[in-house]
Design a protein around this ligand. Sequence first.
Ligand SMILES: *[C@@H]1O[C@H](CO)[C@@H](O)[C@H](O)[C@H]1NC(C)=O
Ligand SMILES: *[C@@H]1O[C@H](CO)[C@@H](O)[C@H](O)[C@H]1NC(C)=O
Ligand SMILES: *[C@@H]1O[C@H](CO)[C@@H](O)[C@H](O)[C@H]1NC(C)=O
Length: 500
Amino acid sequence: MFPFASLIALCLAATLVAAGPCDIYASGGTPCVAAHSTTRALFSAFSGSLYQVKRGSDGATTNIAPLSAGGVANAAAQDSFCSGTTCLITTIFDQSGRGNHLTAAPPGGAASGPNAGGVDDTAAADGAPVTLNGQKAYGVFVSPGTGYRNDATNGIAVGDAAEGMYAVLDGTHFNGGCCFDYGNGETSARDTGNGHMEAIYFGNSGVWGTGSGSGPWIMADLENGLFSGLNVKNNPADPTITNRFITAVVKGQPNNWSIRGGNAASGSLSTFYSGARPNASGYNPMHKEGAIILGIGGDNSISAQGTFYEGVMTSGFPSEATENSVQANIVAARYATTSMTSGPAISVGSHVSLRATTACCTTRFIAHTGSAVNTQVVSSSSASALKLQASWNVVAGLGNSACVSFESRDTPGSFLRHANFVLLVNANDNSKQFKEDATFCPKVGLNGQGNSIRAWGYPTRSFRHFNNSLFVASNGGPNTFDTTSTYNDDVSFVVSTAFA
Ligand SMILES: *[C@@H]1O[C@H](CO)[C@@H](O)[C@H](O)[C@H]1NC(C)=O
Ligand SMILES: *[C@@H]1O[C@H](CO)[C@@H](O)[C@H](O)[C@H]1NC(C)=O
Ligand SMILES: *[C@@H]1O[C@H](CO)[C@@H](O)[C@H](O)[C@H]1NC(C)=O
């Protein structure tokens, strides 16, 4: 009997080890009613599609599944499908079986997205590379203007019904705009009043609630307020979080809710708030509507940024023990960073010039005239002033040292940066915005030559020469410089040692 019992124990242990977050929530009596991730299966038995990507070259789509049931996403399938073109994440599938898939959010009461019909942007498929237990996967990099939504859900809490949720996010990618959320929003994409939302918020908006320090904080977006605790005020127990990977938890039941959080790569969750609902009218009882939002506010406020890797919503109020087991599962998934760049090296400390590769323009280099960035014909016999205008110091990315920034050789302290998607040379004002707008992640050139140089904060957008001026352009989009015509050539630049 003993060996048989051992075998059972071994099988049980294997089953427990393999349980996904949603298996754990189900065991706790609070099953997932939505489960979203581009990085991995959230049920041990899930082997269906995690997400869909659409490529720019021909508009074709493909679905990305885990490598095996319960496993990490097949990033190689995406890389192969998207090779030599751009790809967007068009759908994040719901793994719960309830069909609560997320697609580009429609326009809302606060804002319209930048695309036809006011629809929000979707994320670059390769904007947020990571590894899980050493295997490559991609998160969802949300730039301002990007948002996903489902207004016709199945099984998501409405009214004052209990629910829980967690999300794994990039703790270093945030801003103070409204609102990088994941969770329960209005089905009309309009602000229908206090208590009509219950979503995780992450960022450093100080307009409503705040925690300790200067942020970013995990808070709850309950509509007309980001709450760090009891009322729309400071909760010193809600800490500034700086971990690269974070787990954020929000849950609510009648006149009772919690915020929890921790490092998604190690350790346990802490409780930042647990107690009564805000006492302003509308929050007790709640008026949840049951839409699901990602990257935006309930009214489609689209000013925020952040990165989402995985998250779920449950039916019922999960116990702390259940959430602690989910946290252990997330830690065991071993989220880690990986290279943000590819293609020929553009090394920090080098001085470079960047030559266009479009047939029209192969003698033209990226240069600047004052703050305007353009292409000019430059050669070894050009005047030294022009040579300097077309020469750049490569420094560690001001906004993210995994990427680079380009300092003007003739105007030290001034850098290539984008503003309204136009490339400029401006003096570094040391603001978070400037540093991020001056950070670029080179990847292999889309036309096979040199590098395409992506905007860190807008990975759908790369340096593009258009009409001899420089922009950060997407492959199709609302601006004239986003045209798909000759896109791959216009965004590919050969990097050489600087003229001067
Ligand atoms: C909130 O709910 C939790 C768990 O159900 C409980 O432990 C706690 O006492 C409640 N707090 C309040 C203020 O009702
Ligand atoms: C709400 O609670 C705050 C303290 O957290 C208190 O100052 C305020 O008077 C309360 N408001 C109402 C309407 O009860
Ligand atoms: C091209 O640039 C010139 C000025 O540099 C401008 O007058 C013209 O409108 C631009 N054309 C397009 C199509 O953007």
